[in-house]
Design a protein. Structure first.
Length: 208
């Protein structure tokens, strides 16, 4: 959908999309067609801060928001830190763009930063992207990572150090990166999930 023009049949990702109009214009034949431009929610955070458990708790319990784990589409070929994982971020934006045509926004749970999405060509089809970082203090983060099953490899010193650094970066740069934060250190799973849902619901209501 969208990338193939219904008029001339040419595949072009770079259709002309004006910020003020939810209309895509084919760069080849100039055909215009309207689409639904909906907001998107990105729930990010270091491993161990609660993304997956909150997502599992919310699955089937959100009204009007589709919650998805960003890792479900991951393959090794997308591991390109040199370009900020551009192909992977574009793939997800394309997925979100198509889901939105059913009238429902998407909440994407997975480690990410605003810049990775904002520079993607598919970004133009999405409304406001709201970012929430789940965080916790270093001691609790280390405890959670070490308590995971050994097959996940989360308890190594290198992994723990990397996750602490990313967690600290999110805390220190949240305002500059236009992210809200929820500190899950002392929260139960139910409390973290409720806070995340309240955050999404408030921003969805404001965008209507």
């Amino acid at each position: 959908m969208f990338n193939v023009c219904p008029g001339c049949g040419i595949y072009r990702v770079d259709k002309l999309v004006q910020p003020e109009r939810a209309v895509a214009i084919c760069a080849e034949c100039r055909l215009e067609f309207a689409f639904k431009r909906l907001p998107m929610f990105v729930i990010t955070g270091a491993s161990g801060c609660g993304k997956s458990t909150v997502l599992l708790h919310l699955s089937g319990n959100t009204d009007g928001i589709i919650c998805l784990d960003s890792d479900i589409l991951w393959r090794d070929e997308f591991n390109s830190p040199e370009d900020d994982y551009a192909e992977y971020r574009n793939l997800w934006l394309r997925m979100v763009k198509n889901i939105a045509q059913s009238g429902l926004p998407v909440a994407l749970f997975g480690s990410a930063t605003p810049g990775q999405f904002d520079k993607c060509v598919e970004r133009r089809y999405i409304g406001d992207i709201h970012y929430l970082a789940l965080t916790c203090d270093d001691e609790e983060l280390e405890r959670r990572l070490k308590s995971r099953p050994s097959w996940r490899g989360s308890g190594s010193e290198d992994v723990i150090f990397g996750m602490k650094c990313f967690n600290r970066w999110l805390v220190d740069n949240a305002a500059e990166q236009r992210m809200d934060t929820i500190d899950t250190t002392k929260m139960t799973l139910a409390e973290s999930a409720a806070a995340t849902l309240a955050w999404m619901t408030a921003r969805l209501s404001a965008s209507v």
